[in-house]
Design a binder for this molecule. Structure first.
Ligand SMILES: [Zn+2]
Length: 496
């Protein structure tokens, strides 16, 4: 048996000014992993591809790895990057295979298409109309008919922060092998509700998503092959952005529909609980100043690299400096130009430079505003580390050339490639022990909880500036289907 295993992941923030060329899909090299590199990069890691490899080895299948491409969230994927990735997958399918295992994100918008994954799957189906396809997806999938119609089994994460990458692909891939063995006949039902849950209210530590994900696990224990509730990714101005559900059963379509409706009805009933209440920044910083025991997380959640943020807005850091917070570590400011300037002056040198604010954000009518910072170049690093876990355990992360700039009160990590602080090793790899710091300023929304949730004494959510704003009034939605909650205050989930 010959199986194709591939990864194509991008969460597209259509409001993001950050470009998405092919190089963004690569780690520590110019282009994404292909062939044997894929196996070496993901075998024995907490990743979807890692799980697909283990399933194939259990089944004694011959594995083909056309590509594994994963870019941090940003603006629409460049058409030539999309073609680069998908042509490799299509060529591998065309060469002949018995099953296909795809580790996708499910919110990829390209320069030309709203639904990158659906188009890939439809094109695979043209070549291989009857080949079984398993698709593992992120919880932030914006679901489209072309994804559901062309896949055999679909499964999504049940955790946010996402720490079940491996388990999700295992849950999704196993039924496909059972089907090939004649042990089951997957049938799928999917649907959505007109709602855009705020990302800051989507964490699976909290009601209502905690309860929704528990429901999917109960369904899988009681009769579903795979059950998924996607919270959706709201920073995508596309027709189908928002919450959806997909349930796969063994040849029982009525049961799949029943479970799907239970999930969607619960989510719709609790739609107000998915709305985020914003605290003014001054109030948040005053609370931070009053904190007595660290580490206190100062969360700059409007500018999260893992949601398409430029990771270079300076509003919250400016506030941290102006408020006089001491013993702070910051992760991170994305500013490759500043990194090169500091490499040029060298370790131990005192510098004054304009940090961050290099990228304008026309979608929210904001110009980039650098901040003048004086400090010592404390450390220069190649900027690569492997995650300690539980998120993406063992997977290589690449921040590009990296500097620690020390102002005396604040240690600022300055990076050259976008990287969300979801793992203690983002600091530990640079010689900063986050557990001993009074404050950790993180540009993150929910994923920081994977590495830092347990060690934080307090978390203070700070509304700064950025294209991941939780204030939907700042975003000019033109293409998402209307009406949709909470942009429109609707009570009927099936408006005429
Ligand atoms: Zn996600």
């Amino acid at each position: 048996m010959r199986v194709v295993i591939a990864m194509m992941k991008h969460e597209t923030n259509t409001f993001s000014p950050v470009p998405t060329p092919i190089a963004r899909f690569a780690k520590a090299q110019a282009v994404p992993y292909e062939g044997r590199e894929v196996y070496d990069a993901f075998k024995d890691t907490n990743s979807g591809v890692g799980a697909f490899i283990d399933l194939a080895e259990e089944a004694g299948a011959h594995m083909v790895f056309p590509i594994a491409a994963n870019a941090p969230p940003s603006g629409p994927v460049h058409d030539d990057a999309y073609k680069f990735i998908t042509s490799r997958i299509l060529d591998a399918v065309e060469a002949g295979c018995d099953a296909i295992f795809l580790d996708l994100h499910g919110a990829m918008v390209t320069q030309s298409f709203e639904d990158g994954e659906g188009r890939l799957l439809a094109n695979i189906r043209k070549i291989a109309p009857n080949t079984p396809i398993a698709v593992s997806l992120d919880m932030h999938t914006n679901m489209y008919p072309a994804i559901a119609d062309n896949a055999t089994v679909i499964g999504g994460f049940q955790t946010y922060p996402h720490i079940d990458n491996y388990e999700t692909a295992a849950r999704t891939g196993r039924p496909l092998y059972d089907m090939i063995d004649g042990k089951c006949q997957p049938t799928m039902a999917w649907g959505n509700r007109p709602m855009l849950p705020h990302v800051m209210r989507q964490g699976t530590d909290n009601f209502p998503n905690k309860d929704l994900q528990e429901m999917t696990k109960t369904m899988e224990a009681e009769g579903a092959l795979v059950a998924t509730l996607f919270v959706g990714f709201p920073h995508a101005d596309i027709h189908n952005a928002g919450l959806s559900a997909v349930v796969v059963t063994d040849n029982d379509h009525a049961l799949a529909k029943k479970y799907r409706d239970q999930l969607l009805d619960f989510a719709w009933k609790e739609r107000e609980s998915f709305v985020y209440q914003i605290e003014p920044l001054e109030k948040s910083l005053a609370r931070a100043k009053a904190a007595t025991e660290g580490p206190v997380i100062v969360l700059d959640h409007y500018d999260n690299a893992a949601s398409g943020g430029t990771m270079d807005t300076m509003t919250v850091l400016r506030g941290v400096l102006a408020t006089g917070l001491e013993d702070v570590a910051v992760f991170a400011i994305h500013d490759p130009t500043a990194v090169q300037e500091m490499i040029a002056v060298g370790i131990g040198s005192q510098v004054t430079l304009k940090l961050g604010g290099k990228i304008d954000m026309p979608s929210i009518r904001c110009k980039g505003e650098p901040l003048s910072v004086t400090g010592t170049v404390k450390l220069i690093s190649i900027g690569q580390f492997r995650n300690k876990g539980p998120a993406q355990t063992g997977v290589l992360q690449d921040m590009g050339p990296t500097i620690v700039l020390d102002t005396g009160r604040v240690e600022i990590v300055v990076i050259s490639r976008h990287q969300e602080p979801n793992d203690l090793n983002c600091f530990l790899s640079l010689g900063i022990d986050p557990l001993t710091k009074k404050y950790l300023m993180l540009k993150s929304r929910i994923h920081y909880r994977a590495g830092f949730g347990k060690v934080a004494k307090q978390v203070i959510e700070c509304a700064g500036v950025g294209v991941c704003t939780s204030d939907y009034d700042m975003l000019d939605f033109k293409n998402v289907r209307r009406p949709i909650y909470p942009l429109d205050k609707i009570n009927d989930p099936n408006p005429a």
